[in-house]
Write a protein that binds this ligand. Structure first.
Ligand code: CP
Ligand code: NVA
Length: 313
């Protein structure tokens, strides 16, 4: 499978087979890491990491994955570089493209990461925008595959803000890999209908379904995984109180886990979490929780993505 020079902007641009290949590669690099095998596949290479927003997992995953393969990752906060102040995205992209082998971007607008990809001439990876968080979904798919051994036919229920970057990106990942996807949220936070119709077209190819509903009881039975995310995403701090009002009935707690009627149902969260808000303390800290595996898998999937797109797989 040849993914040389490809960017990851939404995950729509990768086929099911390509995602499956990246997941296999992720498994391989995870096994290497466990055995302490050092390969230095990025020796002599550089990675630009642009951050407009805070990050623990994404930054550390990119930085350590690239660094431990012998590459040199460079962290660029937009508080320090010219981007967004004195220099356009197009010009920044062209300059960085001359100095780096690849670029990671985390920030607000999806348009920014798309312009970077258009002008840089090197692979660009979306490390989260307001619209999408594709590298997180790769880690989540890996975690599901580790848990169940397969993806096609699983049922993943996402509860919470139905129109944030995680809800949007999980829809793509599930549709591509044949996972039935249910968004349970209050109507005020339903995803855009046009977006869901677009994803339904992708789901048709894999034979999976996508459901959007505000009714918990009808749609949660048989879930293999319950996923949630913060109620107010980065940049939405002013909406926090309103979100608590809307989303309190949608907290993932033990009653919700029991409503799945599936003892093997796991709990997932991209993290960071507000314990006691979108998820109860006992669920995130309990035996069904796989949140630390998801966090670890960020690194293995991101390493696999970079190996494949930089021709080092
Ligand atoms: N899940 C995730 O992207 O975490 P960070 O914001 O810490 O990178
Ligand atoms: N929806 C969250 C995800 C954090 C990884 C946010 O954008 O803040």
């Amino acid at each position: 499978m040849n993914l040389l020079n490809r960017s990851l902007l939404t995950l729509k641009e990768f086929s099911s087979d390509e995602i499956a290949y990246l997941l296999d590669l992720s498994e391989m690099v995870k096994a290497e890491k466990r055995k302490k095998i050092v390969k230095q596949r990025f020796l002599g290479m550089t990675l630009a990491m642009i951050f407009e927003k805070r990050s623990t997992r994404t930054r550390c995953a990119f930085e350590t994955a690239f660094g431990e393969e012998g590459g040199h990752p460079v962290f660029l906060s937009t508080d320090d570089i010219q981007l967004g102040a004195k220099e356009s995205i197009e010009d920044t992209a062209r300059v960085l493209g001359r100095m780096f082998d690849a670029i990671e971007f985390r920030g607000y607008k999806q348009e920014t990461v798309e312009i970077l990809a258009k002008y840089a001439g090197v692979p660009v990876y979306n490390g989260l925008t307001d619209m999408y968080h594709p590298t997180q979904v790769l880690a989540d798919l890996m975690t599901l595959k580790e848990e169940f051994g397969y993806l096609k036919g699983l049922k993943l229920v996402y509860m919470g803000d139905g129109r944030n970057n995680m809800a949007n990106s999980l829809a793509i990942g599930c549709a591509k890999m044949g996972i039935d996807y249910v968004i349970i949220s209050p109507e005020e936070l339903f995803p855009d209908e046009q977006y869901i119709n677009e994803i339904k077209e992708i789901a048709k190819k894999s034979g999976s379904s996508i459901t959007v509903t505000s009714k918990i009881e009808d749609n949660i039975v048989g879930a293999d995984a319950i996923y949630t995310d913060v109620w107010a995403s980065m940049g939405e701090e002013a909406k926090a109180l309103e979100r608590i009002r809307l989303l309190t009935p949608y907290q993932v707690n033990q009653d919700i886990m029991d409503m799945t009627k599936n003892k093997k149902c796991i709990f997932m969260h991209c993290l960071p979490a507000v314990k006691g808000q979108e998820v109860s303390f006992d669920v995130i800290e309990g035996p069904s929780s796989r949140v630390w595996d998801e966090a670890e898998n960020r690194k293995h999937t991101i390493k696999a993505l970079m190996l494949a797109t930089l021709g080092k797989a």
